[in-house]
Each structure stands twice: as structure tokens, then as C-alpha cells.
Write a protein that binds this ligand. Structure first.
Ligand code: ADP
Ligand code: MG
Ligand code: MG
Length: 904
């Protein structure tokens, strides 16, 4: 802590600045090196991920070039002070540079042995491409000569210098990279050089001069010769990058909120471009695509770090490294072991070799696909690196979606026309039509089209389009390119580096091996094999692996919430059971009325003026409903099934066009005008708040009676065939005690009547309950609870009515709310815990006050959302119910919620 103490003393002497701007105890920067290391891996919020891990790696004895990290808090202060560095910061930077000089034996801006540094950015959460790193900072017209002498390699020195001027110009003062390119081309031309690497030392020296001219011409000022001025401007540039549009956008898409800002890492340089005994690379300690335990990555000989990421040269796989330098490869494998043992998780690392000596430049938790996450968690339990509980907590529940997604069916694959094979950058199967810019992808995807985003390579500005595309296809870039990394993080299918493909953004065409495709042609890409295929290939649902079911078993051991499913058909019910559903939380009956001929009987029923005709129509529907229920009970084999009585507004069933109106007229023997009049009469301005839910049953009790009769008869039929049918009858949209009191009584009476008519004497065990989806129902749950054996929170409607947002129209304004951060997230996807959550909590509490054993569950989108599940666990629900494909996600999320609770 010596540096900051010194700086603090200096500040105290100066007095006023520190008092005005910040409490004196705040440490502005953290040193890491042999002399001392201030921070550690657990300080990510303050030091950013990169800074915290540089400190951590230094502490555990890994070879890390020394440096220091300016905290994220300073970034916060920078913005609080209207974009000014807090007073005293540069003093502390000065003294830390002093410490670095001592440790490295070099001096900043020296004319003999200059210290060079990189300036890097890093927030608590990794944000790929937030700001470009500036390398070689500290060089100027004099120190470059010293570097040339010291390394006896003038070309290297001038190359380093011209790179600095270029990066600094581009990143710090916003001079367009193209101007530097043009200057480079001139020099290349003059020296008859084809590649950058062919330019001789003299050319590089000339380039330093012409780059400085470019800098002056387009920025106005000279390239700063004072290394501390360079450093100060670079630090400011990192802070400014925090609020640039692409970074803001990334945080928005990834729903990253509540961070202080970015940290700045200043680190002494090491060089991978000092010759053929030098190099640089990136690697994962395990395969991030499949999870296989193998060292996995790429490296480039004689190159600076930037070259790997930028995809200028094609790197070699690390498995080839032993041929180049066996000792370094062994050292890397040892570091892989050490890192995994220390972090107990997969790491994503950057390394550089300077004249045979290995340096670690970065480590972070490796992003991985859902499939890899599951495999790694299971393997690490086997290897005794982590416990079962940790394994359960390790896999992001939402990422299971990727395992549950379809892949191409092998049969269809056999006859597919494979156009070319790129890199299998992120697994999955995607079928769609090419979009050639991110903007186009966004537009067409929003219009409902399935698009493949096809780009030479992607950059952070494309993330919008990448997010909405079914798949991503690039013609350049490796397994660690931007497209690959981002796609894997999201579980989006991606084929990268398909070099045979030529893309013409202007004409919206791509050609490959003599064939041309436009934005109208369908292509299929296989992210697991890298294949690019003409036309649409059929997909299949996944087979769930041994590791998957192992993880699910562990999850089931730790969770306390039951997981049910929303299913309306025997087929959905069966699928959900395979995914582990423990019952049906919501079986909607309206879908049953649309099928085939049923809609006609339904219309007859609605259009009828008198109860007698209505009953006759309902009679036709009864046997159909009964057999539907029998199918579902059979599929659920004794698990409970919550059946909701008719819910939607009647007008949804009405014949709206002339043709079906005259058809109905004929069937009912009425003039068309009568039908038209009735349709007119049933029209509602605001059907969502209109004649629907239990309000229908109040007006037309015959519907309720028919449905309950069908349910009870189905249960009896099943019981007589030794199928243990368990029904729960749910009355929707109740807001008044009176509604449930009356309708509940009617349901119970009907149950008795049917049982008597069928001479069934056993215990039917049918529960009668309600949906809590009108705010008033939650507020008066102690009254409503008197008449209900269970509550099921219908959080879709409850959200709609609490916010007063029409679910069907919300997209007209919700994007603005999200963009301007008025809302942190879509409340229809993730429960609004603060607002709607109160109603849920209150409903549970009040309900259980009058009925201790009141069963409480939730149905609606939120039942499958991990963040919402955490909340449902907290308020003590008995179960969540979600769509069949989300059942495994809910099981895992419920286990994670239970584990959080037990460790909190
Ligand atoms: P990003 O966050 O975009 O990965 P980094 O700060 O990690 O950016 O740096 C970009 C590249 O520069 C990486 O390849 C990194 O290894 C390299 N680099 C950063 N600092 C140094 C350094 N001190 N010496 C050598 N290479 C460096
Ligand atoms: Mg990096
Ligand atoms: Mg509802």
C-alpha cells in the first residue's frame, strides 16, 4: 500500500482537493507485481475482471508483467466530475510508474532503456470490444531510438512506435484508421513490399514520421511526446469508452446494470513480435464448445496480441505448439492445471512469449455453450474440483435452452448439399435467409422472418442483429473471433471463418464455389460441424445426454419447488413428463374449442339466444371435451392436472367474415342479419377487460356445467380403468369473493350430481380453486381464499393489469422504455418483483391466513424464468408451471434458488 499512502500524504498536504472530491480512505489504484500486490480476484466490482485477475495471477506466482489498475470507482468519479479525472489521480499514477520502473529496471520515456506499457480497459463483467487496447505507450521520438539500440532491432522498434501512433490516434483522438492505412500503402509501394512484414526498418521509420503527419493533420495537435501526457490521455479515453454507444448497447442487450464503470489497467509491455522465438496466443483450459477436457486455443509466432484477435493472420491451433516450442507448451499445460485448481472453473487466457519466456496477460472465466457447461460441471465433480451443489449452481439455467434446441436430423443431413465447411464456432442448427447487415437482420427478424446474419466478420456494433438472427455466418475470423465468442455466450448457432464464401454487401449476394445466393434464398448452417448447406434441412429434437440427466438428478435433490407444465394436449403433456414435469399447472380449454368442427358447435352455442338452444349446442361439445381430458389424464399417469374453465372473450370465437356468418345462419336456420346483429352485440372495445373468464360463467352457467361434467366424467372413466386421474378445477379471472362463492358452489354441486348420475361412490378428490390474476383478487385474497383450495397466480394477466399495459400492444412502447432504462427488463418475461411481486406475496400470505394448507403456484411465462423463480421460492409457492421445453430450466433454476436460500 506504500504508493497510495505516499500519495495520500501528498494530498493531505495539498489539503482541499481530497476533501472536496472524495473521502480520503479511497484507494484510487492497485499495484500488482513482485514488490507487492494490492488487490485480488474477489475485487471484480472495484478492479474490473481483468484487473482483479491480473492481481490474482500475480499472487499465485504466475508470470505476469507488473502493472497497476485504476479502479472502476475512479471511472464513476470521472463522470460525476463532468468528465474530469479526480484530483490526485495522476500523482498516484506517477508514483506507481516509479515502482514499475524499479521493478523492471527500465524508465518511462528513457533515452537508454525505456519502459513501455499497455493501457487496457476492463469492467466487472467482460464486455468484448468495449475499447481497443493501446500497446507500446511511452514511446516517443527519442525513446524509440533507445529501444532500437537496446533490442538491436530497429525494425521492431519503429514498428512498435508506428503501431502506438496508429492506436493512439484511432482510439484516443479519433483519427480514422483509414488515413493511417493510406499512409502505410504509400510506404509499402515505395519499398515494393507486398505484406506488412516485407517493409524494412527504413520504411518503418518513415512510417513513424508520416503517421505523425497524419495525426497532426486530422487531429490538429502533435502526437504527444511526453509519456505521462500520453498516459493521461489514454486513461481518459478508457473512461470515455464506457459510455460510447456500442458499449451502452452491449450492456443493454446483456441486461448488465448497476456497474460503477470500467477500470484501467496499465501494464508493462512484453513482446511477442521480437522474432521467431516469440509469439502470442489465446486459449481455453477446456473446449468451450463441447466441454471436453483438452487445452484448446490458437497462437501466432512473431506477433503482437492484437494480431490474433483481429484475424489479420491465421493462427495455428495450440496442439501444434510442441513442434515449435515444447517447453513453452508444457509450461502452458502446467498453468492450465494450476489455474483450474485455483479458480475451480474453466479459464480463458491470453499469453505472450517473449524470446522464449512465457507471460500471462489475462485470465477470466471461460464463456461456454450450454452443452459444454453441463459436461464441464459433471466432469469437475468427477475430478473432485467442485461439489454437486456447486455443479448445480454453475450451469446458467437459461443456457439449457441450447441443449433443448433442435439439431439437424442425420437423415436429412445425408441428402443435404454442403456448400462449404467453416469453423464450428457455436453449436446448433439454424435455417434462414441471409441478411447482409446487422440493421437488415434486425428489421427482417422483427418482421417475423428467420434470418442468418452473414458478414465477413462481426464487430460489437453488430450485436443487435446477431441477437435477433437465427444463426451467424462469417467468412473470416477464428474460433475466438468476435462472432464466435459472442455467439457461444448466447448459445446462438454460428459458423465462422468460412473462407470460401464471398460476400457482397451492396448487391446482397453471397457466392460460394461458383454458386450465388441472395437474401431470398434459404440456407442452413450447422454450428456443431461448420457446414454451410443450401436449402432448408429438417431439424430434430435433441436427445438428452447422460451428463444432462445427471445434472437434473442433482438439481431435483436440492430443489423444494415443484415444477409443473402448461399443456393443453396429451402430446405436450407427454413431452413435459419426459422433461420431468410433476403435473400440469395450466390446461387451457379454449384451444379445444377451435379444432375442426368444434368451432361450429361453439358458435352455435354463443349465437343462441336461449338457454335451450345453447344447451343443445353444448351437448355436442361435451363428449369431445371429455375425451380430451381422458387423453391428458392418461398421459399424466396420476400426476395432478389443473384445468382452467373457459377464459377468453367470446368474440374470439365468433364468425367475423361474411362467408362464415352465412354458414352459421344456415346451420341455425336464422337470417344472416340476425347473426350479424348478434356479432355486433357481442363486440367489445376492450375485450381483455371485458366479458371473459369467470364473468362468462356468471352469464352462461351452462358452459361451466358442461365443462365440469366433462372433467368429472373423464375422471370417473379413468378411475374405472385404473388410471389415477387427479383433476383440479380452476376458475379464471376472479376478482370478487362473490364470484368464487357462487361459481365454486356450482362446480361442487355439478361434481356431486355427475358422480351420483354415474353411480361413482369413491373419492374423486377434485380440488376447486382459482387463478389470481386481477389485482383485486390479490388484495382480497383472505376473502377469496375462503372458497378456494388452491391459488394459481396468473402472472401474465396480473402484470398486464397491474401495469395497465396491454400485452398485445406493449411492443409499441416497451422498446423505448428499455432503451431509456425506465424499465430494467420486460415485465412480461421476468416478473416485476417490486410491484407485481408484492401482489403475489400478499396473495400467498392472505390466502394462507384463512386456509393454512392453501396450495399456491404460478402459471404464465414467469414460471420458466430463472430470476422470477428465485422470487417464487422466496415467497413460498408450492410449484411453478411453465411450457414443456422450459421444464428442465425451471428444475435447475428452482434448485439454484433453494441453494441460494440455504446458503444465504
Ligand atoms: P481485450 O479486453 O479486448 O481482450 P486486452 O486488454 O486483453 O483487450 O488486450 C488486447 C491485446 O493486447 C491482447 O492480445 C493482449 O494480450 C495484448 N496485451 C495487452 N497488454 C499487453 C502487454 N502488457 N504486453 C503485451 N501484450 C499485451
Ligand atoms: Mg483480452
Ligand atoms: Mg388470464
Amino acid at each position: 500500500m506504500a504508493t497510495s499512502t505516499k500519495a495520500r500524504v501528498a494530498q493531505r498536504r495539498r489539503g482541499k482537493t481530497s476533501r472536496n472530491h472524495r473521502p480520503a480512505h479511497e484507494q484510487l489504484l492497485y499495484y500488482f507485481g513482485q514488490t507487492r500486490t494490492d488487490g485480488g480476484g474477489d475485487q471484480k466490482p472495484l478492479l474490473g475482471g481483468k484487473g482483479a485477475n491480473l492481481a490474482e495471477m500475480t499472487s499465485i506466482g504466475l508470470p505476469v508483467p507488473p502493472g497497476f489498475t485504476i479502479t472502476t470507482q475512479v471511472c464513476g468519479l470521472y463522470y460525476e466530475h463532468h468528465e474530469k479525472l479526480p484530483a490526485g489521480l495522476m500523482d498516484e499514477v506517477h508514483s506507481s510508474i516509479g515502482l514499475l520502473e524499479k521493478e523492471t529496471g527500465k524508465r518511462f520515456g528513457d533515452q537508454k532503456n525505456p519502459l513501455l506499457v499497455s493501457v487496457r480497459s476492463g469492467a466487472a463483467v467482460s464486455m468484448p470490444g468495449m475499447m481497443n487496447t493501446i500497446l507500446n505507450l511511452g514511446l516517443n521520438d527519442e525513446s524509440v531510438e533507445a529501444l532500437a539500440r537496446e533490442t538491436q532491432n530497429p525494425r521492431f522498434a519503429y514498428d512498435a512506435y508506428r503501431r502506438l501512433i496508429n492506436m493512439f490516434g484511432d482510439v484516443v483522438v479519433d483519427v480514422d484508421h483509414a488515413y493511417f492505412e493510406a499512409a502505410f500503402d504509400k510506404v509499402k509501394h515505395k519499398h515494393h513490399a507486398e505484406q506488412d512484414t516485407d517493409v524494412p526498418a527504413d520504411g518503418m521509420r518513415e512510417l513513424c514520421t508520416s503517421y505523425q503527419n497524419v495525426y497532426r493533420k486530422h487531429h490538429g495537435n502533435d502526437f504527444p511526446q511526453d509519456p505521462f501526457k500520453q498516459l493521461e490521455l489514454a486513461i481518459i479515453a478508457v473512461f470515455r469508452s464506457w459510455m460510447q454507444p456500442r458499449a451502452v448497447k452491449y450492456r443493454q442487450v446483456e441486461q448488465i446494470t448497476g456497474l460503477l464503470g470500467t477500470a484501467v489497467n496499465v501494464q508493462s509491455m512484453v513482446f511477442g513480435n521480437m522474432g521467431d522465438d516469440s509469439g502470442t496466443g489465446v486459449a481455453f483450459t477446456r473446449n468451450p464448445s463441447t466441454g471436453k477436457n483438452e487445452f484448446y486455443g490458437e497462437f501466432l509466432v512473431n506477433a503482437q496480441g492484437e494480431d490474433v484477435v483481429a484475424g489479420i493472420r491465421t493462427p495455428q491451433p495450440v496442439s501444434e505448439m510442441p513442434k515449435w516450442n515444447r517447453a513453452t507448451y508444457r509450461e502452458l499445460l502446467a498453468i492450465k492445471q494450476k489455474l483450474e485448481k485455483h479458480y475451480r472453473d474453466v479459464q480463458d487466457i491470453e499469453f505472450t512469449i517473449e524470446r522464449g519466456k512465457l507471460y500471462m496477460l489475462q485470465t477470466r472465466t471461460g464463456k461456454r455453450t450450454g452443452a459444454a457447461a453441463v459436461r464441464i460441471a459433471c466432469d469437475m465433480v468427477k475430478e473432485k474440483l467442485i461439489s454437486e451443489k456447486t455443479a448445480v449452481q454453475r450451469v446458467p439455467a437459461g443456457d439449457l435452452t441450447q441443449l433443448l434446441l433442435p439439431s439437424f436430423s442425420p437423415a436429412a443431413k445425408k441428402s443435404a448439399q454442403v456448400l462449404t465447411v467453416g469453423l464450428p464456432a457455436s453449436p446448433g442448427a439454424a435455417v434462414g435467409r441471409p441478411a447482409f447487415t446487422a440493421a437488415e437482420a434486425v428489421e427482417r427478424a422483427n418482421a417475423g422472418e428467420s434470418v442468418l446474419l452473414v458478414r465477413k466478420e462481426t464487430n460489437p456494433e453488430d450485436i443487435d442483429g446477431m441477437h435477433l438472427a437465427a444463426g451467424i455466418l462469417t467468412s473470416t475470423g477464428g474460433m475466438t473471433s468476435h462472432a464466435a465468442v459472442v455467439a457461444r455466450g448466447w448459445g446462438r448457432c454460428c459458423v465462422a471463418g468460412a473462407g470460401r464464401i464471398q460476400i457482397n454487401e451492396r448487391t446482397r449476394k453471397l457466392s460460394v464455389n461458383g454458386r450465388t445466393f441472395s437474401h431470398k434464398d434459404v440456407l442452413s448452417i450447422d454450428g456443431s460441424t461448420g457446414e454451410v448447406i443450401a436449402g432448408a434441412v429438417a431439424t430434430q429434437t435433441p436427445k438428452l445426454s447422460g451428463d444432462f440427466s445427471r445434472l437434473m438428478k442433482w438439481a431435483d435433490r436440492y430443489r423444494t419447488l415443484d415444477v409443473r407444465t402448461n399443456a393443453d394436449t396429451p402430446e405436450d403433456a407427454r413431452r413435459a413428463r419426459q422433461f420431468g414435469a410433476e403435473g400440469i399447472g395450466l390446461c387451457r380449454t379454449e384451444h379445444m374449442f377451435f379444432e375442426g368442427d368444434r368451432i361450429r358447435a361453439m358458435r352455435e352455442m354463443i349465437l343462441a339466444d336461449e338457454p335451450k338452444t345453447r344447451k343443445a349446442a353444448l351437448k355436442k361439445l361435451l363428449p369431445l371435451q371429455r375425451s380430451d381430458f381422458i387423453g391428458i389424464f392418461r398421459a399424466m399417469k396420476g400426476l395432478p392436472v389443473t384445468i382452467r374453465l373457459l377464459d377468453p372473450p367470446l368474440h374470439e370465437f365468433l364468425p367475423q367474415d361474411n362467408e362464415s356468418q352465412s354458414e352459421m345462419a344456415k346451420r341455425l336456420g336464422l337470417p344472416v342479419s340476425r347473426i350479424k346483429a348478434r356479432v355486433q352485440q357481442l363486440h367489445e372495445t376492450n375485450p381483455m377487460l371485458g366479458h371473459r373468464g369467470c364473468r362468462l360463467a356468471v352469464t352462461y352457467p351452462e358452459i361451466l356445467e358442461m365443462q365440469v361434467t366433462a372433467i368429472v366424467e373423464a375422471v370417473i372413466t379413468c378411475r374405472r380403468k385404473q388410471v389415477n386421474a387427479r383433476a383440479e378445477i380452476m376458475i379464471p379471472l376472479v376478482g370478487l369473493e362473490g364470484e368464487l362463492e357462487m361459481l365454486g358452489r356450482r362446480v361442487r354441486e355439478t361434481i356431486k350430481e355427475v358422480a351420483a348420475a354415474k353411480k361413482f361412490t369413491g373419492n374423486l378428490g377434485i380440488l376447486v380453486g382459482t387463478m389470481i390474476e386481477v389485482p383485486r383478487a390479490a388484495l382480497t385474497a383472505d376473502e377469496i381464499g375462503k372458497h378456494a383450495e388452491f391459488f394459481s397466480f396468473g402472472t401474465n394477466d396480473l402484470t398486464q393489469m397491474t401495469f395497465g399495459y396491454s400485452r398485445d400492444d406493449v411492443n409499441t412502447f416497451l422498446p423505448d422504455y428499455l432503451r431509456q432504462e425506465i424499465l430494467a427488463r420486460d415485465p412480461f418475461q421476468s416478473l416485476d418483483v417490486t410491484g407485481v411481486g408484492q401482489l403475489v406475496a400478499m396473495g400467498v400470505e392472505k390466502g394462507r391466513n384463512v386456509r393454512k394448507n392453501l396450495k399456491c403456484g404460478v402459471c404464465g411465462e414467469h414460471g420458466g424464468d430463472p430470476a422470477s423463480i428465485r422470487f417464487f421460492q422466496k415467497v413460498g409457492l408450492d410449484y411453478v408451471s411453465c411450457s414443456p421445453f422450459r421444464v428442465p430450466i425451471a428444475r435447475l433454476a428452482a434448485a439454484q434458488a433453494a441453494l441460494v436460500k440455504s446458503t444465504a
